[in-house]
Design a protein around this ligand. Structure first.
Ligand code: NDP
Length: 600
C-alpha cells in the first residue's frame, strides 16, 4: 500500500478523528427511532403495484413441505427438494410472482451488485449465462420465473398470498398454515425463506403521512406515474419536481435515471455513499462458451473464499468486492483481522473513493458534500459509474442535510437544513428493516410452536437458535437465514446452501419415519454461547462506524452473539454445515420417531 504512515497528506489520526466526528454527528438522534413501518395511514406504501391477486378458492391441502417465500431462497430449496425426489410441496408468497427482491425492486437501474455469474443460482442446471457481468433487474426477475417454469413450480405456488399464522400440531406432527386467502395448508416441514431485507421501512419524518404530492417507496415503483420501465425512459417526470430520500445502494442505482428524466431532481442526503468503480461489461460470448462443467460452483466458492479471507490461487471475479473484502477491509464478520495495516489500507482506499468524487463532480461544494468519511465496510459499498456524474447536471441538486436528514414535510414542502423544497413527487429510497430477531414483525405473521408458544415470545430476550436454522420448541421448522448462520455478501449462495440442508432433512425425515426434528436446548445454548464467545472483531469495527443497518444503527453491541453471524465467516460455516449434514446424525437435534424422542 506504499507509505503506511501517511495517506495522501492526511495522517491516520486526523482521519480517524474526522470519521468519529462524522459518526457522532449522526448519533445525536435516536437512529432506530428514525424509521417507521408502513402501517395505518402509511399502509398504502406496501401495496403491490404490479399484480392484483385475482380471487381464487381457498386451498386445503396436506403436503410434505411448505416453503414460505418464492425468492431465490425458496426457488433453490424447491429445486433441491425436487432433486431429492420430494415432490409434494407448496410455495407461498405474498408477491404476485416468484423472484422475491427482484419481484419487488423494479426501480429503474436495479441491477445485480454482485457479479451475476456468481449471484444468479443454478446457472449450469439452467444452461444459462447472464448477459452482463452485473446484469439488470428485469433479466434476473425473468430468470427467476424461468426456474419456476423449468422445475414446474408455478403448479405448486400460492402467490399474492400472505401467510397469517403458522401453528404446530403436536398430535399430527404437522404445521398448520393459515393464509389471508382462507387456505389451510398442513405441512410436515416448513422452510422460512422470507428474506432479511424485505420489510419496507420509511423515514420517521414529521408530517410524512400528510405529503400532498405523489410518493412511493423504491420497492413499489409507480411506473403509472413516472412513465418508463426498469430500463429508464421515465417520461412522466419531464414536468415534475422530484425528491428522493436516501443515498444507499438503491438510490445510487436509480438516481441516474431520475436525473435523466425529471424537470428537477433533489437528492436528500443524510450520509454520502462510498461509490467505487463498477466497470460493468457485456458477457464475452467466447468465454461463456468455453466454460467447463463445474465452473459455476467453482467460481461461487472461489468468490466466497476470497471475500471470507480464505486465500485462493486465482481471483476469478476480480472486482471491487474481492478487492475490498479480500485485501482492504475486514469482512462482514470481522474475521479478517482489524489490524493497523488493514486500517491504513482502508484509509488509503477511501481516500481514492473521495478523490474520484473530486475528479468527476465539477462543483467543489457539491463534491465535498458527496465524500464519505467512514471505513468502507461500514455500509454496503455502492460500486457505480453513472451516479456521480449526475451531480454535474443543471437539473440535479444535492441537498446535503449534514447527517441530520429531512426535518419535516408540510403539504408539498419538504424542509431540510432550514430550506423549503416544493415537490410534486417524493421517492423513499429508505431501505428495509434488518431485524433478524424480530421475525414476526418482519414477516407479518407469528409462528406458534410446542405448547402454543410464539417465536416472538421465545426470542423476547434475544434470538437463540442452533446454526440460525433450528429452534428448540419449533420442530421441523427451518429458518433459511444468515442471522446466527454464515453471512456472505453473495446472499443467494448462502440461501442455496441452507436450502440444501433443509431438503436433506426433509428427505431423511420422510424416508426414516421421523415425525419431528427439534433442536435440543443444550445444543442451542452451546451454539449461542459459541457465537458470543467468538464475536468481537466486527463489533469493535462497527463501533467506530457511521450508523446504518450494518451496525444496528450505531448500536452494534446489541447484535453481538444474538442477531449476529457466525464469526468465522460464511466459508467456514458452509464447511461446518456440510460436515454436519453428511454424517447423517443430525447432532444437536432430537429426532422423534413414532412418538418416541431419540437424541441423535
Ligand atoms: P439503505 O438502508 O442502505 O439506505 C437508506 C437510505 O435512506 C440511507 O442513505 C439513509 O441515510 C437514508 N435515510 C433514512 N432516513 C432518512 C431521512 N430521514 N432523511 C434523509 N435520508 C434518510 O437502503 P437501500 O434500499 O439503499 O439498500 C438496502 C440494501 O439492499 C443494500 O445494502 C443491499 O444489501 C440491498 N440492495 C442490493 C442491491 C443489489 O444487489 N443490486 C441494490 C440495492 C440494494 P443514512 O445513510 O444516513 O442512514
Amino acid at each position: 500500500m506504499g507509505d503506511t504512515t501517511q495517506v495522501s497528506g492526511l495522517d491516520p489520526e486526523t482521519l480517524r478523528r474526522k470519521y468519529l466526528a462524522e459518526r457522532d454527528k449522526r448519533l445525536t438522534v435516536d437512529r432506530a427511532a428514525g424509521y417507521v413501518s408502513p402501517e395505518g395511514a402509511l399502509a398504502r406504501y406496501l401495496e403491490d403495484p404490479y399484480v392484483q391477486g385475482a380471487a381464487r378458492p381457498a386451498v386445503v391441502e396436506e403436503v410434505d413441505a411448505a416453503l414460505i417465500g418464492a425468492g431465490f431462497g425458496g426457488l433453490q430449496t424447491a429445486v433441491h427438494l425436487a432433486k431429492l425426489g420430494v415432490d409434494n410441496f407448496k410455495i407461498i408468497d405474498k408477491a404476485g410472482d416468484v423472484g422475491g427482491v427482484w419481484y419487488w425492486n423494479r426501480y429503474p437501474g436495479a441491477s445485480c451488485d454482485i457479479e451475476s455469474y456468481v449471484y444468479m443460482p443454478l446457472l449450469e442446471e439452467m444452461g444459462y449465462v447472464p448477459t452482463e457481468k452485473y446484469t439488470r433487474g428485469p433479466e434476473i426477475f425473468r430468470y427467476a420465473q424461468s426456474i419456476a417454469e423449468r422445475f414446474d413450480l408455478y403448479r405448486r405456488a400460492l402467490l399474492s398470498t400472505q401467510v397469517e399464522e403458522l401453528r404446530w400440531d403436536e398430535t399430527a406432527g404437522r404445521w398448520r398454515i393459515r393464509t389471508d386467502r382462507g387456505d389451510l395448508i398442513s405441512a410436515r416441514f416448513v422452510c422460512l425463506g422470507t428474506g432479511v431485507l424485505q420489510s419496507v421501512r420509511l423515514p420517521a419524518i414529521p408530517g410524512i403521512e400528510s405529503f400532498e404530492g405523489h410518493s412511493f417507496h423504491t420497492s413499489r415503483w409507480d411506473y403509472a406515474y413516472t412513465g418508463g420501465d426498469p430500463t429508464g425512459g421515465l417520461d412522466g417526470l419531464g414536468d415534475k419536481r422530484v425528491g428522493i430520500v436516501g443515498t444507499g445502494a438503491t438510490a445510487v442505482q436509480c438516481i441516474p435515471h431520475l436525473g435523466a428524466a425529471a424537470k428537477h431532481l433533489y437528492v436528500f442526503q443524510r450520509t454520502p455513499a462510498a461509490v467505487p468503480v463498477r466497470d460493468n461489461r457485456p458477457t464475452d460470448r467466447a468465454w461463456a462458451e468455453s466454460l467447463a462443467p463445474g465452473w459455476h460452483k467453482h467460481r461461487i466458492e472461489n468468490f466466497n473464499n476470497l471475500i471470507c479471507g480464505v486465500p485462493q490461487e486465482d481471483d476469478l471475479v476480480a472486482d471491487g468486492w474481492t478487492e475490498v473484502l479480500g485485501r482492504i477491509s475486514v469482512d462482514l464478520q470481522g474475521v479478517n483481522d482489524a489490524s493497523p495495516d488493514r486500517q491504513l489500507a482502508d484509509f488509503a482506499y477511501m481516500e481514492k473513493v473521495r478523490q474520484r468524487v473530486d475528479e468527476v463532480v465539477r462543483d467543489p461544494a457539491t463534491a465535498e458534500a458527496l465524500k464519505p468519511w467512514f471505513n468502507i465496510m461500514c455500509k454496503r459499498p455502492c460500486f457505480h459509474d453513472q451516479y456521480l456524474p449526475v451531480f454535474n447536471q443543471p437539473n440535479v441538486s444535492l441537498v446535503d442535510t449534514n447527517g441530520l436528514g429531512i426535518e419535516r414535510i408540510e403539504g408539498r414542502t419538504v424542509w431540510a437544513g432550514g430550506q423549503a423544497y416544493e415537490l410534486d413527487c417524493l421517492i423513499y429510497a429508505s431501505g428495509f428493516d434488518f431485524q433478524g430477531g424480530n421475525l414476526a414483525q418482519r414477516n407479518r405473521f407469528e409462528v406458534y410452536g410446542r405448547g402454543g408458544r410464539g417465536l416472538t415470545d421465545k426470542w423476547a430476550g434475544g434470538m437463540t437458535t442452533l446454526f440460525g436454522y433450528f429452534n428448540h420448541g419449533f420442530p421441523n421448522l427451518f429458518n433459511q437465514t444468515a442471522t446466527q448462520a454464515g453471512l456472505t455478501s453473495n446472499v443467494t449462495h448462502g440461501l442455496g446452501e441452507a436450502g440444501k440442508i433443509f431438503a436433506q432433512m426433509v428427505r431423511y425425515g420422510l424416508s426414516n419415519g421421523v415425525k419431528a426434528f427439534d433442536a435440543t436446548t443444550q445444543a442451542e445454548i452451546a451454539w449461542t454461547d459459541r457465537l458470543r464467545a467468538m464475536a468481537g472483531a466486527r463489533t469493535r469495527y462497527d463501533l467506530e462506524c457511521t450508523p446504518g443497518y450494518y451496525n444496528n444503527e450505531g448500536k452494534p453491541a446489541e447484535f453481538e452473539g444474538l442477531n449476529s453471524f457466525y464469526p468465522e465467516g460464511a466459508a467456514a460455516f458452509i464447511r461446518l454445515m456440510d460436515d454436519w449434514v453428511s454424517d447423517g446424525r443430525f447432532e444437536g437435534l432430537d429426532l422423534a420417531r413414532a412418538g418416541v424422542a431419540v437424541t441423535a
